[in-house]
Design a protein around this ligand. Structure first.
Ligand code: GCU
Length: 610
């Protein structure tokens, strides 16, 4: 049934990606809108028993008509000496936003649960009729937001943006924004209970107040036409009191392009602009154009690159030319603060390392990273794989889990659909084949193609042994038929044998598709040296890379790779003292920024591909 329904919807909306049926009301291009940052020091209260949310009968305060003053979101103060109030944000410690709590407060290093945040602020709108939204770049995991004691809403998922309208709740003075963060892992969650990364909790990305006119540009999608790379096409979506029959001017000054369109009753309009002068975006030429969208009441601008991405048999074609993705995988950890990354500086450091490595591609694993790194990849010319955090064994049969995964996918695509650097949407990582899982992933793929028919679809699959000979590796995952790029993780020489085993392995890949090795690698403690058969030494990791690169180069469909991983990263699954100490050591660079021997092996391999 869902299949036919989707088929019908896809037919109806193919011409119009801006479906308008989204589960969210996100604002596109949040970083180029008039806004007021709420970053900085916020007061916080650690609440493992959710005492500020439930009464002693475990009934939620925010379901009560007149919430008790014990509800932390009321931010109630004792008004007289006899008043009984047992919390006070303003007397409580503060913590940095954006940022995870685990690396800011030693007592919160392992903490998983609820922490309340409070931020007070004054705010005067620049125009009475304007609307105001509170925007979060992301917050892990379940976020409940209250303004001046009123609940704004809930967001599930730790890695995508969300915003709530606050126009009618704002006061000029003494507003208090209270956020209940809960990073508890759950069976039905996305991701679920088990991950090989640290479950950083908190308001991990920027928070800002965004002000718009009463009618504003909520969304747009601008890209090259799939059939004609001399044609720039797009859609724009207005929201507000008067969206029908509005004129929108779309301008690309550097290309001397302008078109004026009129919205329909639903506030949408499509446009096309022809040009023979487009300088196509690529790693060698990361050309971004300033694009302006202008209505009677608003002017929005963005920096957009124009490029086409497609596959043809076993080739990946960028602007019609075959390309090899010289990449590396990356977790969203700051080489500066050693916690969740969330700044341009964090992004610059790691993307510079990729450039230094001779790379042109990065796999942002296993969840959407912050917008800064994607926009910087646009500027620096680094191709990007973005992934939805459907990781290992989530609840495939649980409709709530599906809606959650689908919503996170939609928010990821919504935020970054205008980024030229992003070429691949990945649906999942290392998920076990089953009927329910296949159904789940195929519906996510259909949704991704419906929301964005311009990019490639993939997923990090797993390899299998052929029935006759365990040294012959095959990909027999049914998802291999549905994806555009066949990607899989393999750990020959680390989880499977020692590096020499690569010499006995044959890859019998029958699919006529480009192949990307989404992961391979092994651990090494930086500075630990010894013979190449001793695990954890830099020599073992170096040898493992030499053998794997030799082996993988024999795959005729090989068109890219993102070895695991650029930098050592924190994981609760890695306790080995004096070696791991809560770090996964498969990085080519230590968490202190020191390169290991294998870094140079990969660089030499990529440099040899000029
Ligand atoms: C897996 C997984 C990663 C993990 C890596 C490892 O393949 O996708 O998240 O960190 O292997 O074991 O190091």
């Amino acid at each position: 049934m869902k299949h036919q329904l989707f088929g019908l919807l896809a037919l109806f909306c193919l011409s119009f990606n801006l479906s308008g049926q989204e589960g969210h009301n996100l604002l596109i291009n949040a970083y180029n809108r008039p806004s007021t940052s709420l970053n900085g020091n916020w007061h916080y209260i650690v609440d493992p028993y959710e005492n500020g949310y439930y009464n002693y009968r475990y009934e939620p305060f925010d379901q009560q008509d007149n919430p008790s003053p014990n509800a932390y979101f009321t931010n109630t103060k004792a008004k007289s000496p006899s008043d009984l109030i047992e919390y006070d944000f303003d007397l409580s410690d503060t913590i940095q936003v954006p940022g995870d709590w685990n690396t800011q407060k030693e007592k919160l290093y392992y903490y998983e649960g609820t922490i309340w945040y409070k931020r007070s602020f004054d705010y005067v709108k620049s125009k009475d009729s304007n609307r105001v939204f509170v925007y979060f770049g992301a917050a892990n995991y379940k976020t409940e937001v209250y303004l001046n004691g009123q609940k704004l809403g809930v967001h599930m998922g730790g890695f995508t943006p969300f915003n709530f309208e606050v126009t009618n709740l704002l006061k000029e003075k003494d507003n208090f924004l209270v956020v209940k963060m809960d990073n508890k892992r759950t069976k039905e969650g996305v991701p679920t209970l088990n991950t090989d990364w640290w479950n950083y909790g908190g308001i991990t990305r920027d928070v800002k107040l965004i002000e718009t006119p009463s009618t504003f540009i909520r969304d747009y999608f601008i890209h090259l036409d799939k059939q004609d790379n001399g044609l720039i096409v797009g859609e724009v979506q207005l929201e507000g009191s008067s969206i029908n029959n509005q004129t929108v001017s779309i301008q690309i000054p550097e290309l001397k392009l302008q078109t004026i369109v009129t919205t329909d009753a639903s506030g949408k309009a499509q446009f096309k602009m022809k040009s023979k002068k487009i300088s196509y975006w690529s790693p060698k030429n990361p050309k971004l154009y300033q694009v302006r969208l202008i209505t009677d009441t608003e002017q929005l601008q963005d920096q957009i690159g124009f490029r086409s991405i497609s596959t043809q048999n076993e080739n990946i074609l960028l602007n019609g030319e075959p390309i090899f993705l010289k990449g590396i995988s990356l977790h969203e950890e700051s080489p500066i603060t050693k916690g969740r990354a969330n700044t341009v500086e964090d992004a610059k450091k790691v993307l510079d390392w990729i450039k230094e490595m001779g790379g042109n591609y990065v796999r942002l694993a296993h969840y959407p990273h912050n917008e800064h790194i994607v926009r910087l990849a646009d500027e620096m010319g680094i191709l990007v794989w973005e992934e939805n955090p459907v990781y290992w064994t989530i609840q495939w049969k649980n409709p709530e889990t599906f809606n959650n995964a689908a919503n996170q996918l939609e928010e990821m695509i919504f935020r970054d659909k205008n980024r030229a650097s992003v070429i691949i949407w990945s649906m999942a990582n290392e998920t076990p084949v089953s009927e329910a899982r296949n159904q789940f992933l195929s519906e996510l793929i259909e949704k991704a193609r419906f929301l964005d028919p311009t990019r490639l679809i993939s997923a990090a699959l797993e390899q299998s042994n052929s029935k006759n000979d365990p040294n012959i590796k095959i990909i027999d995952d049914p998802m291999a038929e549905l994806v555009d790029v066949l990607s899989f993780n393999q750990y020959m020489g680390w989880y499977v044998g020692t590096p020499e085993i690569c010499r006995d392995i044959q890859w019998n890949i029958t699919q006529n598709k480009p192949v990307i090795i989404s992961e391979f690698g092994g651990g090494a403690k930086q500075g630990l040296h010894g013979d190449k058969s001793t695990r954890w030494t830099e020599e073992y990791q170096e040898f493992l890379y030499q053998e794997n690169l030799e082996m993988l180069s024999k795959i005729k469909q090989l068109r890219g790779m993102s070895p695991w991983i650029l930098v050592d990263f924190r994981s609760p699954r890695r306790p080995l003292p004096k070696i791991q100490d809560d770090y996964n050591r498969k990085g080519l660079i230590s968490e202190d920024g020191t390169k290991k021997k294998a870094f140079w092996v990969l660089k030499e391999y990529y440099d040899s591909m000029k």
